[in-house]
Design a protein around this ligand. Sequence first.
Ligand code: ATP
Ligand code: MG
Length: 234
Amino acid sequence: MAALLAVALNRRGEQVGVLDADITGPSIPMMFGLHQPPLMSPTGILPAETTGGIKVMSINLLLPSEDEAVIWRGPLISSAIKQFWNEVFWGDLDYLIVDLPPGTSDASLTVMQSIPLSGVVLVTSPQDLAGMVVRKAAGMAKRMGAPILGVVENMSYVTCPKCGEKIEVFGPSQAFRTALKIGSPLLGQLPLDPELARRCDAGEIEEYEAELFEPITEQLVERVPRRKTAPIFP
Ligand SMILES: Nc1ncnc2c1ncn2[C@@H]1O[C@H](COP(=O)(O)OP(=O)(O)OP(=O)(O)O)[C@@H](O)[C@H]1O
Ligand SMILES: [Mg+2]
């Protein structure tokens, strides 16, 4: 969802960066086909850049091999995320999307404490079990004073390629109930789409036609306050 949002904003002509704060399960670089380590410059670490010009920083760009496991305790995870925020030369961005792991771990805590967030987008799936974890994350965002922009449901259904029927593979959606409990809008529901999985595996997420993601992007753009002043770098 973070990558799709970055792509949608980039298509609108915005300058976009993605900070992959999922240190132990980083999936952003592969989706964009990024495999080269970032370059160093006197102004800081230069983020990798996708074909479409999205700037990306992720632990997976710094590992000797993509498959290498990061087995770190919280403080190390926290310091990596802070470095990605403070020491990466992001330049003048319109949006920086931060991809978080699920739940309320150290990564979420660090991001909510160290990065001035315009808002949090919560991603759920139809199962109530996923909803429960998302409601915990919502509780954390509220306690940390991070505004919740809304809820997006992923993998809501599959559209039968033969008859067009919508099949709810994970059962009826709980997203509306989850959004209601959180007190935030349900921004949209995305189907399971084999084409999306294929594009992600091939590093071609920028080529995926995410029509259904457009209304979600539109609502998010409306809900995020526009920056009026120049950014202050710490
Ligand atoms: N709606 C979808 N349709 C098809 N494939 C999807 C869909 N959503 C996710 N995927 C695929 O599933 C894989 C894992 O997705 P993703 O990277 O979002 O998971 P994740 O980051 O592990 O999730 P989380 O961080 O919430 O645990 C990717 O290959 C992605 O393309
Ligand atoms: Mg993830």
